[in-house]
Design a protein around this ligand. Sequence first.
Ligand SMILES: *[C@@H]1O[C@H](CO)[C@@H](O)[C@H](O)[C@H]1NC(C)=O
Ligand SMILES: *[C@@H]1O[C@H](CO)[C@@H](O)[C@H](O)[C@H]1NC(C)=O
Length: 337
Amino acid sequence: MKIEGSLFLSFAVMLTICRVEVAATGLLPPESSPLIRHYYKVHNTCANVEPFVRQQVKALYDKDKTITPKLIKLLYADCMVNGCDASILLDGDNTEKKSPKNRGLAAFAVIDIVKKVIEARCPGAVSCADILNIVVRDAIFFSGGPSYPVFLGRRDGLQSDAAWVDLPSPSISWETALAYFTKKGLNMQDMVTLLGGHMMGRTRCSNILDRLYNVSNTGKPDPTMEATTLSYLQKQCPKKVKLGQSNPLINLNPDNPTHKFTNSYYSRVLGNKSLLGVDQQLLYGGSDAYDLTDEYAKGIEDFRGEFAYSISRMGGLKVLTGNKGEIRLNCHVVNKP
Ligand SMILES: *[C@@H]1O[C@H](CO)[C@@H](O)[C@H](O)[C@H]1NC(C)=O
Ligand SMILES: *[C@@H]1O[C@H](CO)[C@@H](O)[C@H](O)[C@H]1NC(C)=O
């Protein structure tokens, strides 16, 4: 518990430092500025939303430890595409949820359960976008990750379109990935840090088959992959996945089968043991990316603080506030006029 206190402090200090830099360097996305801590307490619309959510997430996490990586992915899929407006939660024929790029998304039920409880306690008060951000914060905490303040006051978007989904593929090059993050308002450090989300969770074999058998159409495995990792993964993911055969799910971080918060993702990058091409490229992203990877591999405390910070920055991308958007009553559908 002592550790949490000091982490919280270091994050608060870090935020203060960065606030000072904001004006000069534009470090925080400008859209995050309207968000505040304890928004629902300040506005007296749902003072206890955070304890309510935490209680629900605790119960759900106790039943299923994989909710954390799923929720982080959900937040990423929401915030990177048209901002953190819960548009990923909307149902419909041509919604973001229906994009083939979002096929693997899960944990929607977590949001539904929490939203139902919050609606019973504080009807029409708390946005789905804020609930998603609080739930992610709490799930990270229960997985052994940092405890950090969550900034609130987002409203929910009114539209969702599969065509907006521009999420990059897992075998993207470093340059393209960085250009993508930069376009969204994040920077190199955020990217290196947020890729650390691959410390836990699962992926489909189809995402790494090219690296295992035919990298860049050479007909050979990726020569940069460490040998025992390669043979281990080739066993997990056979070359020929016949039609109708399942596309196996494998742990993104084989060192972390229980999906805890860890920095071993970064040691694996340094050891050429990453699964996804985009992860392994941290080694080749230039000296700053390398130094950060090395720093995180050596010190989990640094990683904890920076992960909290970059998740918060991502959670502040292009948010709707004031009279924009709405507070959705049901996260699956926009309110009736
Ligand atoms: C590798 O991929 C390319 C392009 O998809 C394909 O033409 C080629 O036959 C593959 N090579 C092997 C050995 O599977
Ligand atoms: C990782 O691969 C690079 C070449 O791609 C090599 O220079 C480096 O020594 C390897 N590191 C380890 C720990 O094997």
